[in-house]
Design a protein around this ligand. Structure first.
Ligand code: GLA
Length: 727
């Protein structure tokens, strides 16, 4: 049993292989957070400190005791208006206009297996590998019932949290904030690690101390966003890659979110994560149920490396689903950077012929095949094949391509619409637009109101009509703008719209996978604008960034690796000079970087020299050779490319029998120095053979002193070192 309720102390213990999470029902029924850290069997209520602090009020139930305050005790699910003045998880506006919610324990259940959340993605598990704890809390005055949901996958050191909120009274209350998890620390000096960015430069690493001011990351964009990824790490000041305590919170949701971290007045630290509360107002009527999205948490006492390993495994094996979850993903050629909007069916067929000759598996016809779509001014929403442009039917094209032994994939952007489209003429009221105001356009497009079932149903039907035209193996699902003007013509409460929109999106994706069980979905939102664990529940790979520059990708993929496995990172070799940066890097370097992801190409092979084509063939062979190691091996960050001249990382087989080290030079200098890259995860006491030159190295020296990279001459060179264990 990983979840234990200790009756005499009224303490819940959630134990994983290496961590313990504890809460206590206090004598008044409040649920106090005790501890989340390294594994222990002791009861940690000795950490609770009672002191009379001025201006920290006391609930009536404690009588004349002035040392009991919600404001100073660590809470499990804090709510506004009950005497806790810190950032709260829950804000309820009652029918009488008051802001108050006083949740008390009423019961709990412990069961085998992992809970699921109606309409929302969540970590899944079975009766053997996971358990669930539900703690039922109630405010008797306003009828707010909160079931705190805890899932545990002990083997992976993963604990998940979410809340189910219901109304048992006649009067409606309004959720103004519905957070998913609150993590209180009674003491400690921590850093907050977050991943910020922008379109084409996502998930830059930032580490700052948590101090006496609220640090907030989030998104008001209706999508998880390029600007802040919905994932964070709380690390002890001293924690490094492989030393020290750190905790992660990873939001399983693709819409707006908010995460707040702050040191409180008594030097405790609180971190709260959940839905964005701005433009959010959700009325809950009698009997209605609201689910908050899930937060995945993990703790490591061995630094960030172990934390990432826990998250990688959890996402790979308990979030991603479907037949493509563990298998080799097709190596694809995407038409976008090679053709943009300028292609016909024969061009796509020729790309497929070239791709076949190079040894690839699939051709993806990107944007431009539907409606009137020769640029980004028009066509979105009109999901019918432009046969005039293609010069043939889609069915015919797909047949020709599959006859080559190639798979076929296609691009959609189901949630968006151009005003210059047939759909807009027919249903102008289906878009987000505020009455009496001109809309905010982005890339000349508007967003369809996916909070409305009829809109989702219509687009679903249109997309299926296309997919039914041939043997289509893959869909790239794009979303190329942030939401604005979130006004629905079909609701009595605009504060519900953004959340219901995301439910509509998930419903669409779920139905698509039910109808086409073998379909491989690749998420995309102008690259990595919706790179989150929510999308990964439907789509085991996401286009990591619109930036395909190998040097920028070192940083983007480095930042991404903290929270997400390599098997989720769409990564392609593109032409040089790079279309986003103008930089030219060697083909080998582009290959080495793109191979640490779901591999593919995004260029016109006809423009390559014969020599380059031969090199690509070799890259593909290499990728196939290493694909299992790449996708299932343990991933180690060896350097921080934001700080080091060399970006380096490695993958080690779980049985330590082999490893693949990758290193890319970002800079060169005269009289080059030797870079010794310290390796990780090898079998101590043993020897490894470098398969490239036959040299033999002691594992411990490789890990303590390093592997000497060749003294560098030339720009942006890359090395891949395959090491095998000498038995
Ligand atoms: C987005 C995607 C690109 C490409 C274009 C097509 O920017 O990220 O990969 O599909 O849209 O318009």
């Amino acid at each position: 049993m990983s979840i234990i309720y200790q009756e005499d102390k009224k303490v819940f213990h959630i134990n994983t292989k290496n961590s313990t999470y504890q809460m206590q029902i206090d004598p008044y029924g409040f649920l106090l957070h005790l501890y989340y850290g390294r594994k222990t069997t002791g009861v940690m209520d000795y950490l609770l400190y009672y002191f009379d602090r001025g201006f920290s009020g006391n609930p009536s139930v404690v009588g004349t005791c002035r040392t009991y305050s919600m404001d100073t005790l660590p809470q499990e699910y804090s709510s506004l208006g009950n005497g806790d003045y810190r950032n709260s998880c829950l804000v309820v506006k009652n029918a009488d206009g008051s802001y108050s919610c006083d949740l008390r324990y009423v019961g709990h259940t412990i069961s085998k297996g992992k809970y699921s959340l109606t309409g929302l993605p969540a970590v899944y598990g079975n009766e053997e590998d996971s358990e669930t704890l539900e703690i039922h809390m109630e405010d008797k005055v306003n009828g707010v019932n909160v079931d705190l949901l805890y899932g545990v996958i002990p083997e992976l050191d993963i604990i998940t949290r979410a809340a189910r909120i219901t109304n048992t009274h006649e009067e409606t209350f309004i959720l103004e904030k519905a957070g998913s998890a609150c993590l209180d620390f009674v003491t400690g000096d921590f850093d907050l690690i977050t991943f910020h960015g922008r379109h084409a430069m996502e998930r830059n690493y930032q580490r700052t101390p948590i101090g006496h001011s609220s640090q907030v990351i989030g998104s008001r964009r209706g999508m998880s966003s390029h600007q802040y990824n919905p994932m964070l790490i709380i690390a002890d000041h001293e924690a490094t890659e492989d030393y020290g305590s750190c905790w992660s919170m990873n939001f399983v949701y693709s819409g707006g979110f908010k995460a707040e971290a702050e040191k409180d007045q008594t030097n405790g630290t609180r971190v709260v994560m959940g839905l964005m509360d701005e433009m959010f107002e959700y009325p809950i009527r009698k009997g209605e149920v609201f689910y908050t999205p899930e937060v995945i948490m993990s703790f490591s006492i061995q630094g960030m490396e172990k934390l990432s390993h826990n998250l990688h495994k959890c996402i790979r094996e308990h979030v991603c689903r479907g037949p493509h979850r563990d298998g080799d993903r097709p190596i694809l050629l995407n038409s976008w950077e090679g053709c943009y909007f300028d292609f016909n069916g024969e061009d796509i067929y020729q790309l497929a012929v070239e791709a076949k000759n190079l040894g690839l598996d699939m051709i993806v016809m990107d944007d431009g095949w539907f409606g009137k779509r020769d640029d980004d001014f028009s066509g979105l929403g009109d999901w019918f094949v432009n046969e005039e442009k293609l010069g043939e039917s889609l069915g015919h094209l797909v047949e020709r391509i599959t006859a080559l032994g190639m798979k076929f994939g296609i691009w959609f952007e189901p949630e968006c619409i151009n005003e210059d489209s047939k759909l807009y003429k027919e249903h102008p009221d289906w878009v987000f637009r505020i009455p009496g105001r001109d809309p905010i356009r982005s890339r000349y497009q508007l967003v369809l109101d996916f909070s409305r079932k009829e809109v989702v149903d219509y687009i679903f039907h249109e997309v299926c009509s296309v997919l039914d035209q041939g043997d289509i193996s893959y869909v790239k699902w794009d979303f190329n703008r942030s939401i604005a003007d979130a006004y629905s013509n079909d609701t009595d409460c605009q504060g519900k719209v953004l959340y219901d929109y995301v439910l509509g999106l998930y419903d669409f994706m779920e139905r698509l996978l039910q109808r086409y069980p073998n379909l491989l979905l690749e998420g995309c939102s102008g690259g990595g604008g919706r790179f989150d664990a929510g999308i990964m529940y439907y789509s085991p790979q996401i286009w990591c960034s619109d930036n395909t520059d190998a040097i920028d990708r070192l940083r983007i993929q480095y930042g991404t690796s903290f929270g997400y496995p390599i098997s989720t990172m769409g990564s392609h070799v593109s032409a040089v000079p790079n279309h986003q940066t103008g930089r030219s890097t060697p083909l080998n370097t582009r290959g080495v970087v793109a191979m640490s992801g779901t591999f593919g190409y995004e260029l016109d092979p006809a423009k390559m020299t014969e020599e380059e084509k031969e090199q690509v063939k070799e890259q593909i062979k290499l990728y196939r050779k290493f694909s299992s190691l790449i996708h299932h091996g343990l991933y180690y960050r060896l350097t921080n490319p934001f700080e080091n001249e060399v970006g380096a990382w490695m993958l080690v087989a779980e049985d330590q029998s082999e490893a693949l080290v990758s290193a890319v030079f970002q800079q060169v200098h005269g009289a080059a120095l030797c870079h010794y890259i310290r390796l990780k995860g090898l079998k101590s006491g043993s020897f490894y053979k470098d398969e490239g030159n036959g040299d033999i190295y002691p594992a411990d020296a490789l890990m303590d002193v390093g592997y000497p990279l060749p003294a560098e001459f030339g720009s942006y060179n890359a090395y891949q070192i395959h090491l095998t264990l000498i038995k």
